[in-house]
Design a protein around this ligand. Structure first.
Ligand SMILES: C[S@@+](CC[C@H](N)C(=O)[O-])C[C@H]1O[C@@H](n2cnc3c(N)ncnc32)[C@H](O)[C@@H]1O
Length: 389
């Protein structure tokens, strides 16, 4: 069965600059002959809707839920439902690859728009019933439709406009579509509660219309799987205020306790650490300036369970050792990056895989030594002693 599509009406947004949104529900076919298709109800500008859902752009099949999941959704004493590990999960491991049930624009529709309820109704009963059990932190006076409340509580930001196409207008396209962000509601990933020291993260993959939830560090059986809803490198007061304003809860995670002492040290280090970019082109800096400081950063990150910050340090450590021409260390850090950050940054992970096979293919391989050799060749011969005349 090919991916199906049902189109309902057009719904005006609250902004006069934005054309009305179109409600389209797509169905991704199951891999299995007897399987049911996976619905995604979308509310998008018509031009984006037709680009995204044109023939050949949608994934051929829906990604199924795992047969033997490493997670379960359980009730918690104070945070509603949460997601918990059913077994040990390794750093970088995929926990779940999930399609959203709803895709909505960030620029709002009026609270009384029929679009919210129509979206909910356009889902098959199974998905609609599960979606309606999701958390809703908005009072009915603010969001009369529970679908809107659920969207405002749960939607995760999705990048729907492929990077190269951003800001490009199609010839003949009369719609004024400002750069917009979109959100997705996921039946399982959205059961993850927030922590300021999260052990998991999610990565949107537009080509598969799905988000991958993966472990940032090893997760023990029974441990809660948490993600972050706000920039957790900000101070405790700022992030707590943001969580209260946008998500309507007071964070009580262990990282928010006033006695949590490592956070200020890590924050100070992040604002003062030596720059890899400057080091990579400057022979005057010591060879080990960045490697020493990045290793210290990773120690602090691990102490503080701040693995959401590890990506850049792992990548730059691999690149530093490439520039230093140290094969063993390069391979070690490149493999660490691939293992822990391969889901977050698959493009960089495949480049590193190629360079591991033959490190000399990296264009700056052993750059520092090569530059020093060149400088030595170019330098005038040293003058030993003084000539009298
Ligand atoms: C995306 S939902 C997470 C799943 C939700 N607990 C449920 O029952 O479906 C977000 C809501 O969960 C609750 N929540 C998430 N993280 C929390 C935390 N660290 N402390 C207290 N409540 C939290 C808040 O009510 C928040 O509005």
């Amino acid at each position: 069965m090919a991916a199906g599509d049902t189109t309902k009406g057009l719904y005006p947004s609250t902004s006069p600059d934005i054309p009305p949104y179109k409600l389209t529900t797509i169905y991704l076919p199951s891999h299995f002959p007897e399987g049911t298709s996976t619905p995604i109800a979308t509310l998008l500008p018509p031009s984006l809707s037709s680009t995204l859902f044109s023939t050949g752009r949608l994934p051929a099949f829906a990604t199924p839920y795992p047969d033997d999941p490493s997670y379960e959704v359980l009730d918690t004493p104070t945070k509603g439902f949460g997601m918990f590990a059913t077994r040990s999960i390794e750093a970088g491991e995929l926990i779940l690859n999930e399609h959203p049930v709803l895709i909505v624009p960030e620029i709002p529709l009026p609270h009384d728009s029929p679009a919210w309820d129509d979206m909910g109704l356009s889902l098959p009963e199974k998905q609609r019933t599960e979606m309606l059990t999701m958390a809703n932190c908005r009072p009915v006076e603010e969001c009369p439709s529970s679908v809107e409340g659920i969207v405002r509580t749960n939607a995760l930001i999705l990048d729907l406009i492929p990077r190269t196409k951003k800001a490009k207008r199609q010839p003949g396209d009369n719609e004024t579509v400002p750069v917009q962000r979109f959100g997705g509601v996921f039946l399982k990933i959205n059961r993850c509660n927030h922590s300021c020291g999260p052990n998991a993260a999610h990565k949107w993959d537009i080509s598969n219309l799905s988000s991958k939830l993966y472990a940032l560090r090893k997760i023990q059986p029974g441990e809660e799987i948490t993600i972050f809803y706000t920039d957790v490198t900000q101070s405790r007061d700022i992030r707590r205020a943001e969580l209260e304003k946008n998500h309507r809860f007071l964070c009580t995670c262990p990282h928010c306790s006033p006695s949590s002492s490592v956070a200020p040290e890590l924050r100070h280090w992040l604002s003062t650490h030596p720059s890899y970019l400057k080091w990579s082109t400057d022979l005057c800096r010591a060879d080990d300036t960045v490697t020493t400081s990045h290793r210290l950063a990773l120690d602090l990150i691990n102490q503080e369970n701040a693995q959401f910050l590890q990506h850049i340090f792992l990548e730059e450590l691999a690149l530093c050792y490439a520039i230093l021409g140290d094969e063993d260390e390069f391979r070690f850090w490149a493999n660490e990056f691939i293992r822990k950050c391969g889901i977050e940054d698959p493009g960089r992970a495949s480049e590193l895989e190629l360079w591991i096979e033959n490190p000399k293919r990296y264009k700056k391989w052993a750059w520092r030594q090569k530059q020093r050799d060149l400088q030595r060749k170019r330098a005038p011969s040293p003058v030993y002693g003084f000539s009298l005349f």
